[in-house]
Ligand binder design. Structure first.
Ligand code: SF4
Length: 335
């Protein structure tokens, strides 16, 4: 089984009473001999846990860091981004379902050394693990992240945040920035539409906050997670648990995969943004052009610090992380 380079002994396998379980994510799957976990990428073979997607790269490209989206982490830089296949969620509205819900999607094996060399060659600030769920790619992400860090490059995770605390804490020392997808503030939403639960994602946000740079994304779906009370509760929770300087991206949803609710309108995004701005200093509209809603303003004096248009970024009044007009310290990592 281990002749295939994509198949590797996995971390967090546990045998109790002769039964093998995986402790990587909150599903804590029990895997009978020969079976796969819910993510479809971890397998019991001979009573041991293996990952089937080590170095399995389905998609790769050099992207603006703003596309992750990260607006407060080296704005204007570019990052080599790679993704695998599979996911531990089953979101019926998944915008990347071709790779996340299909573990048979064609992949190319790229070892950690080769991937990090690409990052250096492309003059990327580092590596972003993205496109599908990187946390189920754990062993590979950990190896790449260690190597990347040893070369002075940055590691970025774009994730659903559905991971157990132990594995998360082992990975965090190598991660420089994360965008965590908070899909809704309703456990019912997570159970019904994602086949997951809310609490572990909130725990991830609490743990990541203060450990590395973090931004949060919320995909606004009409009629599902866009009520005023839900936006209010979610924003207040982020303020209380991660700080009002945490950037929040409220993104437009498009009907895709198994979901056909109409796409999110600009008015709904603006209304949600206005509610969130009562609790958070930086709330951005994503996947949509709402004039001014992608710019960064100083919470102290209102000065325009960064103007964004599409993925073009123009830094105006910012010296490192300090507002050039009033001296306010901004939650931003800027070279
Ligand atoms: S990572 Fe996969 S196998 Fe492990 S608990 Fe989560 S869904 Fe199950």
């Amino acid at each position: 089984m281990d002749k295939n380079p994509k198949v590797k002994k996995a971390l967090f396998g546990k045998v109790e009473n002769g039964k093998l379980s995986c402790g990587l994510c909150p599903h804590n799957c029990f895997l009978p001999e020969g079976s796969l976990g819910i993510c479809g990428t971890r397998k019991n073979s001979g009573g041991e846990l293996f990952t089937l997607i080590y170095g399995c790269v389905s998609s790769m490209g050099v992207d603006p860091i703003e596309k992750k989206p990260l607006y407060h982490f080296y704005p204007g830089s570019r990052i080599l981004s790679a993704g695998t296949v599979g996911c531990n969620f089953r979101c019926s509205f998944c915008q990347n379902w071709e790779i996340s819900q299909n573990t048979y999607f064609p992949c190319k094996f790229i070892g950690p050394e080769e991937l990090v060399s690409f990052a250096v060659e492309k003059k990327s600030i580092g590596l972003a693990y993205t496109y599908s769920e990187p946390l189920i790619w754990y062993e590979y992400v950990l190896d790449c992240a260690k190597l990347c860090k040893s070369k002075g490059l940055k590691n970025v995770l774009v994730t659903n945040g559905y991971i157990n605390q132990g594995p998360l804490k082992q990975l965090l020392p190598y991660i420089d920035a994360m965008n965590v997808d908070l899909k809704s503030f309703s456990d019912n939403f997570y159970r019904k539409l994602c086949k997951g639960t809310l609490e572990p994602v909130l725990n991830t946000i609490r743990t990541v906050s203060g450990a590395c740079h973090m931004e949060v994304t919320n995909l606004l779906i009409p009629g599902q997670n866009d009520s005023e009370s839900e936006i209010e509760d979610m924003s207040r929770w982020i303020e209380n648990n991660a700080g009002r300087g945490t950037p929040l991206h409220i993104s437009k949803y498009f009907p895709v995969y198994r979901f056909n609710a109409p796409e999110t309108g600009a008015e709904a995004i603006s209304a949600a943004r206005d509610i969130a701005l009562k609790h958070l200093d930086f709330v951005y509209a994503g996947n949509i052009d709402v004039p001014g809603s992608s710019d960064t303003l100083c919470p102290g004096c209102g000065a325009l610090l960064i103007r964004r248009s599409g993925y073009n970024t123009e830094i105006k009044n910012l010296k490192k992380n300090i507002c050039g007009k009033c001296g306010y310290e901004i939650n931003i990592i800027n070279s």
